[in-house]
Write a protein that binds this ligand. Structure first.
Ligand code: PLP
Length: 392
């Protein structure tokens, strides 16, 4: 006989898709307006302005009608032209993936690659920029989620500005969970989405573009128009007297509005602090059980994802299956190169609550102990997590 765990009984502690906030779920079920209904036109502009507020961006960000891979590919297509020399920074699966898009549009692709448990060293970027004055675009992934590591985008952004290149940043899984905004890191194209730390379902992208970014796009003869990959098409759509290039995702805009209200009402610094504390408690507990973080240095371990190295002799997929079957706790696998080597515990939006770290530690330890004679001390893990929470 098989036991069925109802989805409602699952603790989804993943790194995206994440469980959405209840107020987002309620907003998704509110009536759908015609996109040219005057009320919706007002509402869309209002939501766009709220996005600008939370992103602290000078220019009006775009809301694109697809989860953030759309925005990443659209950014590559719109910004990078056939004469560009692109420097792509790779410390993980998403960084590498952006290189594949950049390659499609640029003249020359240069890369700095580091091991996927490391982060990019700004000194290396400085050297590369000095050796290649022709570099015109630099691309970085802030939080490479399949590694759970945070790249020093602020330092890199400063170097890119000095060099006079454009800076494209994937901040999909960091924005909303830690202090990162486009202007603060000097990003010209800053790509994120509400489906990670803002606690929405995967469906939309948010893109902040600087004046220099818009100028580059406007002067790129290869930038798509009348296309799902076009950023230009959406430039003015936030204004209630301007047409949409195609139908906006009405229900998702309702959900996004609720997520933004949630974020603004709680206050960004409070939101970031609970993400940081949850991750800190989680790392403390896992390490107290004798386990190793994937990140080579805890200093760059992400506040929104904890990636834990799978102990030798354990099958990672089986470990997650045990955690789900025995405890109803769902974790994320690695991806690409990190698949099978690590397990990821998400601290994003509604699950960025310190007590979820305790739950994660108990379930991860319990699953390990079910699979191995080499048992871990779950009590020590919980005690360390609780001590971290108590000391905050
Ligand atoms: C989640 C995420 C995206 C969106 O991509 P999916 O693979 O569709 O989930 C892009 N970049 C990063 C860093 C992400 O974490």
């Amino acid at each position: 006989m098989t036991t069925v765990v109802l989805p409602d009984a699952l603790f989804t502690l993943t790194t995206g898709p994440v469980n959405a906030y209840p107020d987002v779920m309620r907003a998704l079920s509110t009536p759908l307006l015609y996109d040219y209904d005057p009320h919706f036109l007002d509402f869309y502009q209002h939501v766009a302005e709220k996005v600008r507020t939370v992103m602290h961006s000078r220019d009006m960000p775009l809301i694109l009608q697809g989860e953030p891979v759309l925005a990443l590919e659209a950014a590559a297509a719109s910004v990078i032209g056939r004469h560009d020399v692109v420097l792509n920074l790779v410390s993980g699966v998403y960084g590498a993936g952006f290189g594949a898009w950049a390659q499609r549009y640029c003249q020359t692709l240069l890369e700095i690659r580091v091991a996927y448990n490391q982060v990019i060293d700004p000194q290396q970027v400085a050297n590369m920029l000095r050796q290649h004055p022709e570099i015109s675009v630099v691309c970085a992934c802030h939080h490479d989620t399949p590694s759970g590591t945070i790249n020093p985008v602020e330092d890199i952004g400063r170097l890119v500005k000095q060099h006079g290149a454009l800076f494209v940043v994937d901040a999909v899984s960091s924005f909303g969970g830690m202090a990162v905004t486009p202007d603060a890191i000097g990003a010209d194209i800053f790509i994120t989405g509400p489906s990670k730390c803002l606690g929405c379902p995967p469906a939309l992208s948010l893109v902040a573009i600087s004046q220099a970014g818009w100028e580059k796009i406007a002067h790129n003869p290869d930038a798509p128009r009348s296309s799902i990959l076009s950023l230009l098409d959406w430039r003015d759509a936030w204004q209630k007297n301007q047409p949409f290039p195609f139908t906006p995702s009405v229900a998702e805009i309702n959900g996004l509005n609720a997520a933004l209200d949630h974020y603004l009402h709680e206050g960004e610094t409070v939101v970031w602090a609970r993400h940081a504390l949850t991750a800190q408690a989680c790392r403390a507990g896992l390490q107290a059980m004798g386990l190793s973080l994937w990140a080579a240095d805890e200093a760059f371990a992400s506040p929104t994802t904890t990636a834990i190295r799978v102990p030798v002799g354990i099958d990672e997929a089986q470990l997650r299956a045990e955690a789900r079957a025995r405890f109803g706790v769902v974790f994320s696998a690695g991806r690409g190169e990190t698949q099978g080597k690590l397990t990821r515990i998400g601290h994003m939006g509604p699950t960025a609550q310190p007590m979820y770290a305790v739950l994660a530690i108990a379930a991860y330890g319990g699953a390990l102990n079910a699979l191995s004679a080499n048992t871990v001390d779950i009590g020590a893990g919980i005690a360390a997590a609780m001590a971290t929470i108590g000391a905050s």
